[in-house]
Design a protein around this ligand. Structure first.
Ligand SMILES: [Zn+2]
Length: 138
């Protein structure tokens, strides 16, 4: 008698847990879907952080590990810059890889060149100093 009771309880408990995990699965799928939809409805944020190598030298020979604050600082500049629909007439010594494009950077003048979209932007002296110190340039 007592044992049956316990088994019943056991069974109910397991059923409850199963129902719970199913619910959790559905909820997490819904969350994923809504995140995907949000991502599609933000066309302005073209430069998103990717989780592979973010920064390397222009020739690709050296990788730089920037911390997440530094990465976000650069991503923020790229997303909020006023871009000119033309490439600058200068070199580049660094490459920043975002999810959708590679942007080249010239530390001497603080210019970003987005070759895939044929556009460029030059940061302020203050921003250039901050970026260059992240990259270990004095
Ligand atoms: Zn330059």
């Amino acid at each position: 008698m007592v044992r049956t009771c316990k088994e019943d309880y056991c069974l109910k408990y397991t059923k409850g847990t199963l129902a719970m995990t199913k619910k959790m699965k559905i909820i997490s799928i819904l969350i994923c879907l809504s995140l995907l939809l949000c991502g599609c409805s933000m066309p302005n944020k073209t430069n998103e952080l990717q989780h592979e190598q973010f920064c390397s030298s222009a020739d690709g020979a050296q990788n730089y590990d920037l911390n997440s604050n530094d990465r976000l600082y650069i991503i923020d500049i790229l997303n909020n810059a006023s871009w000119v629909n033309d490439l600058s007439n200068c070199g580049s010594d660094f490459v920043f890889c975002t999810q959708k494009q590679k942007v080249r950077y010239h530390s001497e003048c603080g210019t970003f060149n987005d070759y895939s979209n044929q556009k460029s932007t030059t940061v302020s002296e203050e921003q250039r100093a901050i970026i260059n110190s992240m990259l270990g340039i004095n």
